[in-house]
Design a protein around this ligand. Structure first.
Ligand code: RIB
Length: 298
């Protein structure tokens, strides 16, 4: 049976240039092709989960512009339910300026636009979706009070919450305590905890009430942490073309498997596989794998 998920988060149009390397401060370099891709951490995670068989309802905001039209179409085409994606005529749709270098690594600047206006009131309007969900998935590209409200509503209906704290910012302990699984990458883990070493960072967050952590480690796979237990899952060896949305693929796949009732480790294996597949293809949403692709890799 399909798992029902609510994804609350950003919806962006990604404006992407490939270049031999990232420019230094004050420098201009020549890149190669320019392309646009549907993106945004929230929408990427929603599409990732839907391609893997989840019944996904997205809560978000786009502007009244052409990018908004195109992004809503893409969500629909991917069977993401968009009743609670609001059109905001007073804002532009979120945009991400992305440079991808030869190695596949990237640098991203996001202009949040309508994402920055997703409000706690928008969460209330979507409350019916939370009631029917087996998991709620969040990131930090929308305002923190909105994220806090979504966690509160999820808790009201006893729905487990996964938070991908990206882009990283300081978070109150009260919020961390209410998250069931926190999924940062290594730099987000450092920013959240104020510690550089992974183990020290984990313990600092545990002291602040974090229950379960999955630290994504790029080429090193991921580390699953529950209490005193640590499990490292090695990464699949792939040729990196573009790492954009690899973390989102991980989160979306993890969330589907977790909401289907798979164990934490098994769900992390799904995340690992989806993340690996996503780096082999260009763009955010076009790179997200299907369920069959993930099963084949697993
Ligand atoms: O995680 C990748 C995403 O980050 C991109 O799609 C971009 O829109 C930014 O939100």
């Amino acid at each position: 049976m399909s798992a029902h998920l609510v994804v609350v988060g950003s919806i962006n149009m990604d404006l992407v240039v490939r270049a031999p390397r990232l420019p230094r401060l004050g420098e201009t370099i020549l890149g190669s092709d320019f392309r646009t891709f549907p993106g945004g951490k929230g929408a990427n995670q929603a599409v990732a989960a839907a391609r893997l068989g989840g019944k996904v309802r997205m809560v978000g905001r786009v502007g009244g512009d052409g990018f908004g039209d195109a992004l809503l179409d893409t969500l629909r085409q991917n069977q993401v339910e968009i009743t609670y994606v609001y059109r905001d005529p007073q804002a532009s749709t979120g945009v991400a300026l992305i440079t991808v270098e030869e190695s596949g690594d990237n640098a991203i600047v996001v202009a949040p636009g309508a994402n920055g206006r997703l409000s706690p009131q928008d969460i209330h309007q979507a409350e019916a979706a939370f009631q029917a969900a087996q998991a709620v998935v969040l990131q930090l590209e929308c305002p923190l009070p909105t994220v806090e409200e979504a966690i509160k509503v999820a808790r009201r209906y006893a729905v487990p919450v996964a938070l991908n704290p990206a882009p990283a910012q300081a978070l109150p302990d009260e919020l961390l305590r209410q998250v069931d699984v926190l999924i940062p990458n290594q730099s987000e883990l450092q920013i959240l905890s104020g510690e550089v070493e992974i183990e020290e960072a984990i313990q600092a967050l545990q002291k602040r009430g974090v229950k379960t952590l999955i630290v994504t480690l790029g080429e090193q796979g991921c580390l699953v942490v529950q209490g005193a237990e640590r499990h490292t899952l090695a990464a699949h060896r792939v040729k990196a073309v573009d790492t954009t949305a690899a973390g989102d693929a991980f989160v979306g796949a993890f969330a589907v498997a977790w909401a289907e009732g798979k164990s934490l480790l098994e769900a992390a294996r799904w995340g690992n596989a989806a993340g690996a597949l996503a780096v082999t293809r260009a763009g955010a949403q076009p790179s997200l794998p299907t369920r069959q692709e993930v099963l084949d890799l697993l």
